[in-house]
Design a protein around this ligand. Structure first.
Ligand code: GTP
Ligand code: MN
Ligand code: MN
Length: 376
């Protein structure tokens, strides 16, 4: 690998500490600092501070030892004035008064509840709050016209805010596998997202679909979705068309990080107990309060042509922050534009082909970083 600039989060700094034999320790205390304190501030983010906090959090997360004094943080990248103030408060007082008061504010609580609805982002939530809507009941009573996604999000609110387990992800994987094989034999699926990074739970399950013969993947998504629908597996789906082939400016317009694969945001109806081939045991013969036999699970499907598959896998494995930093590294350190479709070398003025993630890391001058180390 290359040496790194301090501006980087950092991928190589991170891997170097791994290589030096430091385990990346994420103690409960770190989690508290990171996830509870630093991360939650991003809800208040109206001016891009969210990313700054995420970077700061990722730096702390990658430290080989628990932080006990501010002096340990000297010289580290990405820790801005505001993050340092929060960390200092946590170290000195056990908690950050700023974060605590934020978390207790009605506005913050409402933002959390409303953005917990699938299809509702911070902007919409903020607008509703300004209209006096602070919870789901007030939203229902408001008579606001909701779009299809939001309606489904509201309807399945509890399920969708319940973490998806690895077993559930596997069960969904089997269904998706069956769907693609049924509509186009030879098609392949790959688990991406957090589960590919080894996370034990997630907010959704992400899959990439392809076919080893270039071009055969065209039209695949609608067939897969129809199959799933006909089998009663879908509670909601929205498919967006691929704009990649239609664009005249060639593949993966450099500097654009919006990808153009055909994709489907969906909500699956997963039969409970199916995930491990067992049924839920009844307690003393009494059914639990929630006696439904299924739950709703968010699933993302993306179709990629085989020629772009390696880039798509890399781009959809995440984490989001890791992807951001990897693209930044590509641009700043290598003068290359990386997307989920391709990597463009600005110096050679050409696209570089790759059939594996390993090749892409090599182009970027980085040692291969396995998915489990991409949890920044
Ligand atoms: P959880 O789902 O919360 O467990 O985490 P996750 O890391 O799987 O997050 P998520 O499912 O939101 O995203 C998975 C990966 O897909 C991340 O690397 C994202 O960068 C990528 N991704 C999600 N949405 C988009 C999108 O609209 N465009 C592109 N290009 N990538 C996306
Ligand atoms: Mn995911
Ligand atoms: Mn997703």
């Amino acid at each position: 690998g290359q040496s790194l600039g301090v501006h980087l989060l950092d991928i190589s700094w991170y891997t170097e500490s791994m290589r030096a034999g430091h385990p990346v320790v994420i103690t409960d205390r770190h989690k508290l600092q990171l996830n509870t304190y630093v991360m939650e501030l991003h809800f208040l983010d109206e001016d891009g501070r969210g990313v700054a906090f995420r970077r700061a959090a990722a730096v702390l997360k990658a430290l080989p030892a628990q932080v006990t004094s501010m002096s340990q943080l000297r010289g580290l990248p990405c820790l801005g004035e505001h993050s340092l103030r929060v960390i200092k408060d946590v170290l000195e007082n056990g908690e950050s008064s700023e974060v605590e008061s934020t978390k207790q504010s009605e506005r913050f609580k409402a933002l959390k509840i409303l953005t917990g609805i699938f299809g509702v982002g911070a902007k919409t939530a903020d607008r509703w709050i300004r209209e006096g809507i602070y919870n789901l009941q007030q939203l229902r009573d408001s008579g606001h016209a909701l779009n299809q996604a939001q309606k489904a999000g509201l309807e399945h609110y509890n399920d969708l805010n319940q973490p998806v387990t690895k077993a559930e992800a596997n069960a969904i994987g089997e269904i998706v596998q069956k769907a693609v094989i049924s509509v186009l034999p030879g098609s392949q699926i790959a688990l991406t997202g957090g589960f590919r990074r080894g996370k034990l739970t997630g907010h959704d399950v992400d899959f990439l679909i392809t076919h080893p013969e270039e071009g055969r993947e065209v039209g695949l998504m609608s067939k897969v979705v129809s199959w799933l629908e006909s089998q009663g597996f879908l509670l909601y789906q929205k498919t967006t068309r691929n704009s990649y082939l239609e664009s005249k400016d060639g593949p993966a317009r450099p500097a654009s990080n919006m990808d153009r694969f055909e994709r489907c945001f969906s909500i699956f109806k997963l039969t409970k107990g199916e995930e491990q081939g067992t049924t839920q045991p009844e307690k003393n013969g009494v059914q639990t309060m929630d006696n439904r036999l299924w739950r709703a699970v968010r699933v993302d499907l993306v179709v990629s042509p085989i020629s772009q598959f390696a880039f798509a896998v890399l781009g959809w494995t995440g984490s989001k922050l890791f992807e951001r930093e990897l693209r930044r590294w590509a641009g700043h350190e290598k003068d290359m534009s990386l997307s989920s479709h391709a990597v463009f070398d600005n110096k050679q003025n050409r696209y570089l082909r790759a059939t594996s993630e390993e090749e892409i890391f090599a182009y970027l001058g980085l040692e291969y970083i396995p998915p489990s180390e991409r949890n920044a």
